[in-house]
Write a protein that binds this ligand. Structure first.
Ligand SMILES: C[S@@+](CC[C@H](N)C(=O)[O-])C[C@H]1O[C@@H](n2cnc3c(N)ncnc32)[C@H](O)[C@@H]1O
Length: 218
């Protein structure tokens, strides 16, 4: 679905140059986002969801996309992640944060599981979320502040997101020094098999993306 593709590309831009290693998707549901992330990266993606009923469809979609070797489903609670400390290179989540009873506890868990070089980007647009699940940006900021986590911030651009940057995020790779397929992945664009990619505009690079970009905005 188109909006998963757009969200995956946004997430990849927000997490900077990270494209390898382990990426966890919290509240993955049937895994549509994970397919789009996998197509545009080299990640091994773990979809975590509290509802085990999503597992069969998640695995079917992964198989149909030929991505079963890189996508796996784990049943678990976002408030008590079943992973060791400093395990994940990236953690993402779409449309789930506001369903979690203790969002602050989830964010602390994300910080615990994230590698020092990692970046997490969690949230969504909640356009269709039922009213009781919506929270204001102010409330979310309050929750984030109360966690005391360093380098955690609410981003209000195109939705409501929380970004957590590890203490040692990688810089963006030098684009000119990398082969075309890697450059496409750097931008969150398609890898092989995902159709043609429009040429990047020449001149100045866009600002406002990359691992620490959101943190400069406040
Ligand atoms: C609105 S769906 C979003 C699914 C998927 N991320 C997507 O964008 O299609 C929210 C998902 O969060 C999961 N969820 C809710 N609370 C959770 C929790 N505490 N831990 C893990 N997953 C949870 C639900 O089971 C559901 O699959």
């Amino acid at each position: 679905m188109a909006h998963y593709r757009v969200t995956a590309m946004r997430m990849l831009r927000e997490i900077g140059g990270i494209r390898d290693g382990v990426c966890i998707d919290i509240g993955c549901g049937p895994g549509d986002l994970d397919i789009e992330l996998a197509k545009r990266s080299h990640f091994k993606i773990i979809g975590l969801d509290i509802n085990p009923d999503h597992k069969p469809l998640f695995e079917k979609k992964a198989r149909e996309a030929g991505l079963q070797d890189r996508l796996s489903f784990v049943q678990g609670d976002a408030q008590k992640l079943p992973f060791p400390d400093h395990f994940a290179d990236a953690i993402v989540s779409r449309g789930t944060l506001t369903f979690i009873p203790d969002i602050g506890q989830c964010l602390k868990e994300v910080h615990r599981v994230l590698k020092p070089t990692g970046v997490a980007f969690l949230g969504g647009r909640y356009l269709y979320a039922p009213q009781p699940e919506r929270i204001t940006n102010e409330k979310l900021k309050e929750i984030v502040r109360a966690t005391g986590l360093p380098n955690a911030e609410v981003i209000e651009t195109m939705g409501q997101w929380v970004k957590i940057v590890g203490p040692r995020p990688p810089g963006r790779p030098r684009v000119g020094a990398r082969p075309l397929h890697a450059r496409r992945a750097d931008r969150g664009g398609p890898l092989a098999g995902d159709g043609p990619m429009p040429a990047a505009p020449r001149g100045r690079r866009r600002s406002g993306t990359g691992p620490a970009a959101g943190l400069r905005r406040v």
